[in-house]
Design a protein around this ligand. Structure first.
Ligand SMILES: Nc1ncnc2c1ncn2[C@@H]1O[C@H](COP(=O)(O)OP(=O)(O)OP(=O)(O)O)[C@@H](O)[C@H]1O
Ligand SMILES: [Mg+2]
Length: 234
């Protein structure tokens, strides 16, 4: 099995607060790995560490075998980490089309372009000329994911994409993630929505107070009710 991303021994602090303790996990090519854990356990901090937004004090980040811990975020993006943060920020005064074009990263090539991306997002296809600010929350979430795909990432990183969305939109998001998996996309996800995670993930990594406390494939995790109760809000 080829690991497209291997993270080892991440230690990250905000000022004097030590938040991540030796966090490590592997992301196999073409799979979806889900970081899970309650509020404040360090899911976003893990992603910020990977992206160089909050650089880790120590640890290794190997993307396709290349060490990239310590690189600034634009270089992590160029190396192939496509990050969709939890605040799903779009460029409101710009059209859907312009927002998508902002996602292109010069030098990165792959299967994703305007046509192939829009084919995955029927919801966006009908209003490419509308301003981003006029979209609903669910549409904005779709747009941020579509924009990240335009950069042809090696790993698409989604931070709690279901947060605050209606059940109908969560269902659409689930279908989308499954289609992206079928297209071969490697995904690293943070999620508290257990049902959504179970539907899309191949593996889970459980975090608690900044430590990885459990790793399992999804079939095993599905049966681990005691662990789910202990570490998740179920
Ligand atoms: N900018 C910051 N400065 C100081 N502490 C922070 C900062 N951002 C987060 N923290 C703290 O770091 C810890 C981990 O937060 P983080 O946002 O990574 O958790 P999370 O698992 O993503 O939570 P949530 O599910 O609520 O998004 C928390 O204790 C949080 O209070
Ligand atoms: Mg978070």
């Amino acid at each position: 099995m080829e690991h497209i991303l291997t993270v080892t021994g991440l230690n990250t602090c905000y000022g004097r607060s030590h938040i991540l303790f030796d966090v490590g996990f592997d992301v196999p090519r073409g799979e979806t790995v889900c970081l899970m854990g309650r509020n404040g356990v360090g899911k976003t901090t893990t992603f910020r560490s990977l992206m160089g937004l909050t650089p880790p004090k120590s640890g290794r980040i190997a993307l396709k075998g290349r060490q990239c811990a310590g690189l600034p975020s634009y270089r992590m993006a160029r190396a192939g980490l496509g990050f969709v943060p939890e605040d799903r920020r779009i460029f409101g005064p710009f059209t859907v089309l312009e927002n998508l074009e902002f996602g292109v990263i010069p030098g990165r090539q792959g299967i994703w372009n305007l046509d192939t991306v829009l084919a995955q997002f029927p919801i966006l296809k009908n209003f490419t000329n509308r301003n981003g600010s006029t979209l609903s929350g669910g549409e904005q979430q779709m747009l941020t994911i579509a924009r990240a795909l335009m950069g042809n990432p090696e790993v698409l990183i989604l931070d709690e994409p279901t947060e605050g969305l209606s059940p109908v939109i969560v269902g659409e998001l689930k279908d989308l993630v499954i289609r992206l998996k079928e297209a071969g996309t490697t995904i690293l996800l943070a999620e508290q929505h257990l049902k959504f995670a179970m539907a899309v993930a191949d593996r889970v990594v459980l975090l608690d107070k900044g430590h990885v406390v459990h790793r399992a494939d999804i079939a095993t995790f599905r049966e681990e009710k005691e662990i789910q109760r202990k570490y998740l809000a179920v």
